[in-house]
Design a protein around this ligand. Structure first.
Ligand SMILES: [Zn+2]
Ligand SMILES: [Zn+2]
Length: 341
């Protein structure tokens, strides 16, 4: 049996994820996050007059308790799984992105007339469209994440991400394929809408600034702190900075087992939308999250069954209950106006 096409496909997907500099999990961005983490730890030890040994720092950043945990193994499994599924889902999303861009452009042209050539320099047009697409990405991310916490059916799929009891950059990939598909399509709607608007305002073919086709502002945040959001390292932005940017500690609060933190900070790189819509919790300067997770550990936690297959069953139960509640029972229910008595 010739295995080479399979191996070539596997290698292609893996290298696209790790070697393309604008990828969400490029090795370059992971090294950047690692360097920042070393620097922060070293600085903290320096301030406390404690010795700075690379070995000690390494152990602090990669404790065995985390590396060998079942939660981490599940993250690694999901990482590989999503490298394959991601490609398929991304294909669907791209279709809707292009289609939506065109629909919005055509609708604007039909209502307001054909666009006139933009008087702005190309550099300015491209900068504005880059910011628009980044904000659209952030808003789409926030909305999808918010709904995944608020709608019980969606929560059963998103919960998979929250059953992680340790956080590493690979936890970012611990997302159920159903969550991923909904996420990518909501994202396509928001970014497609923004792009259609931008194409109409600045001329067709105006492109955002990007690195390997990823929005350059998003790439900046991926290199700066997105990986550290899924880590044990408490780096907190407080004050006005904490209202605008989603520091690693903001997202660690989102993963907290403390009920006071539930449903807080569903934003991505920016805290802006959380601030605007009332879901922001600015983390304290000192660590305030003790444990990560969402419920008492199930028997099947961190297994393929528990984190990939069972969510379908649990979501079906939730849906069944919801539909059951809505089934008509005229004899048992009072007339609507009697309930207001
Ligand atoms: Zn997370
Ligand atoms: Zn969440």
């Amino acid at each position: 049996m010739d295995l080479s096409p399979g191996i070539a496909y596997f290698w292609d997907r893996l290298s696209r994820a790790l070697l393309v500099p604008g990828s969400h999990v490029s090795l370059a961005s992971l090294f950047c996050a690692l360097a920042i983490a070393f620097l922060v730890l070293a600085l903290r030890r320096y301030r406390r007059n404690r010795p700075i040994h690379p070995r000690v720092l390494f152990r602090a950043l990669f404790p065995k308790r985390i590396l060998l945990s079942r939660s981490n193994f599940a993250d690694v499994g999901y990482f590989y799984f999503n490298i394959f599924v991601f490609g398929i889902a991304f294909g669907w999303a791209l279709l809707s992105y292009d289609m939506l861009s065109r629909v919005v452009f055509d609708a604007l042209a039909a209502v307001l007339g054909q666009p006139r050539p933009s008087a702005l320099p190309v550099l300015v047009s491209r900068t504005i469209i880059t910011v628009m697409l980044f904000l659209a990405y952030e808003l789409g991310y926030w909305l999808n994440h918010y709904l995944s916490h608020r709608i019980p059916f969606l929560w059963e799929f998103h919960k998979v991400h929250h059953t992680a009891t340790v956080l590493t950059p690979l936890t970012n990939f611990r997302v159920h394929p159903v969550y991923m598909c909904i996420f990518l399509n909501i994202l396509a709607i928001f970014t497609g809408f923004a792009n259609g608007l931008g194409q109409y305002a600045f001329g067709q073919g105006t492109e955002q600034f990007g690195l390997s086709e990823t929005n350059i502002i998003l790439v900046f945040f991926i290199y700066l702190y997105v990986h550290l959001q899924h880590s044990q390292l408490w780096i907190s932005f407080t004050g006005w900075l904490g209202r605008l940017f989603m520091s690693p500690a903001h997202h660690q609060v989102h993963h907290s087992r403390n009920p006071a933190h539930f449903n807080k900070n569903p934003g991505s790189c920016l805290a802006l939308w959380d601030w605007m819509f009332g879901t922001l919790h600015i983390p304290a300067a000192e660590r305030e999250v003790v444990d990560f997770g969402v419920e008492a550990e199930r028997e099947d936690a961190h297994t393929i069954w528990g984190e990939l297959i069972a969510p379908f069953g649990r979501a079906a139960v939730v849906l069944g209950r919801r539909l059951g509640m809505r089934s008509p029972q005229p004899a048992a229910l009072p007339a609507p106006d009697q309930t207001r008595a």
